[in-house]
Design a protein around this ligand. Structure first.
Ligand SMILES: *Cc1c(COP(=O)(O)O)cnc(C)c1O
Length: 462
């Protein structure tokens, strides 16, 4: 890291060896693509998107060493060298005894909750990510979020808005009874709550509650390195610790981990389940063999395991993490300076536009966040994702029930876009914000019975 005080700019800590062209389109072409996609950016071909901020999942750029590892991957069915490299790396970071590779995060969740979930069971979490909630509920169990109060208020600036509400956690345990709770989960960073971090103090307090009731603690660790870096920056006593040391301490309070390697392992596919309990590990491996594959490859090729091992090493590099957190913050800060309302403070992997304040003239049942998302594509070829009334709104007894938050997420793929791409994004958002009064609400013309946001179609509301 350049520590000389006369240097202010945080630069990308890499140089570019391979490039992929992106396609420019005209306003007219984008209007046509949007119309054809029924005003749903999920249905626009990626080729017609200039800057794709739909997700940070599986969209990372791999390093030359990861690509070298891909070539060097050992594709043996059993006992692959690449598995041992991945296992040793995950063990070094998490300290977990049993490391079980899966094809992505939700496969680890499926195995875990097939074993510990089921009817009458209750799983508390700071905030369940949607696949985690789906796997808990699919098993027949109840998923309960115990997020602290600040975490639910987009305008409140606090250091650790991802924290578990410790009192609510304890109240949930007492209300449902210890015997109905197979484990407590904590998600770092809190993806669904804006990529906000969880403090080590909060993890320790969560652990203490688990100890009091004899419950295991599992960590949904998709963005553990980003969380560790926020702890380094914000929590007293950690400024001089390395991201690896902080991660090791975070995991030392856990009995198990589920992870999507598509986030903080810098790969395009992969995940794992890691845990300490011997009997449970046997059970998990038996299920793994049925659904994913032999325990030394899970649902992955040897080359993928190699890329994960290398990615986990690179993600903990302090220069990388400084660049990652600062570049997300840069986007948030510039938009705030321009008067664009965003969820504060900027999270680790994304910036969220607050659509209720952005377009107060569009009622929530006319999907203001979706309208902004469409305008970003129309005006600049930018793809974002709606996290609001389309994703979480419901109709009950014929009337519309709006979710609390109405957001547009700009997720930043890792190591993919440079600062000038981000400056372009800022210009496009500013332009849409300047003409916000012209934006019109939308109405649904088609919706699927479940997870409607992926395939819904819209028209301009009357
Ligand atoms: C992405 C994600 C998952 C699921 O992982 P997949 O690899 O997409 O299956 C689970 N939890 C969190 C917090 C995530 O961000």
């Amino acid at each position: 890291m350049i520590r000389d005080s006369y240097i202010k700019t945080v630069i990308e800590p890499f140089k570019i060896k391979t490039v992929e062209p992106i396609k420019f389109t005209t306003h007219e072409e984008r209007a046509r693509h949007l119309e054809e996609a029924g005003w749903n950016p999920f249905l626009i071909d990626a080729e017609n998107v200039l800057i794709d901020l739909l997700t940070d999942s599986g969209t990372s750029a791999m390093s030359s060493r990861q690509w070298a590892g891909m070539l060097d991957g050992d594709e043996s069915y059993a006992g692959s060298r690449s598995f041992f490299r991945m296992r040793d790396m995950v063990h070094k970071i998490t300290g977990m005894k049993h490391i079980i590779p899966t094809h992505q995060g939700r496969a680890a969740e499926k195995i875990l909750f097939s074993i510990v979930g089921g009817k009458d069971k209750v799983v508390p979490n700071n905030t369940h990510f949607d696949t985690t909630r789906a796997n808990v509920e699919f098993s027949g169990a109840l998923a309960i979020d115990c997020l602290n109060a600040d975490g639910k208020k987009p305008e409140v600036i606090a250091d650790f808005k991802g924290n578990m509400d410790i009192e609510k956690l304890e109240a949930v345990i007492q209300e449902y009874g210890v015997e109905r709770i197979p484990l407590v989960m904590i998600t770092v960073t809190n993806n669904s709550g804006g990529g906000q971090p969880v403090s080590l103090e909060n993890i320790r307090q969560t652990r203490a509650v688990c100890d009091k009731y004899g419950l295991p603690l599992f960590m949904d660790a998709c963005r553990f390195a980003e969380n560790a870096y926020f702890i380094k920056l914000r929590e007293e006593g950690y400024a001089d610790k390395t991201p690896l040391e902080i991660s090791q301490e975070m995991f030392s309070y856990a009995d198990g981990v589920t992870m999507s390697a598509k986030k903080d392992a810098l790969v395009n596919i992969g995940g794992f389940l890691a845990l300490n309990d011997d009997d449970m590990a046997v059970h998990c491996r038996n299920l793994l063999i049925v659904t994913e594959g032999f325990p030394t490859y899970g649902g992955l090729a040897g080359r993928d395991l190699e890329a994960i091992a290398q990615g986990l090493e690179e993600i903990l590099d302090e220069d990388y993490l400084q660049y990652r957190i600062k570049s997300t913050e840069y986007l948030g800060r510039k938009l705030t300076e321009l008067g664009v309302p965003i969820l504060m403070p900027p999270g680790g992997h994304a910036i969220y536009l607050d659509a209720k304040r952005f377009c107060p003239h569009i009622p929530q049942e006319q999907f203001p966040a979706q309208a902004i998302t469409c305008a970003l594509y129309l005006d600049g070829g930018l793809r974002a994702v709606e996290i609001g009334s389309v994703m979480f709104g419901r109709t009950e007894n014929g009337s519309f029930v709006a979710p609390d938050l109405e957001l547009v997420r700009l997720a930043i793929p890792r190591r993919v876009y440079t600062q000038s791409h981000i400056d372009y994004v800022i210009e496009v958002v500013k332009h849409v914000h300047d003409r916000r009064d012209e934006l019109k609400g939308l109405k649904l013309t088609y919706e699927a019975p479940m997870l409607r946001h992926f395939t819904a179609r819209f028209a301009i509301a009357d």
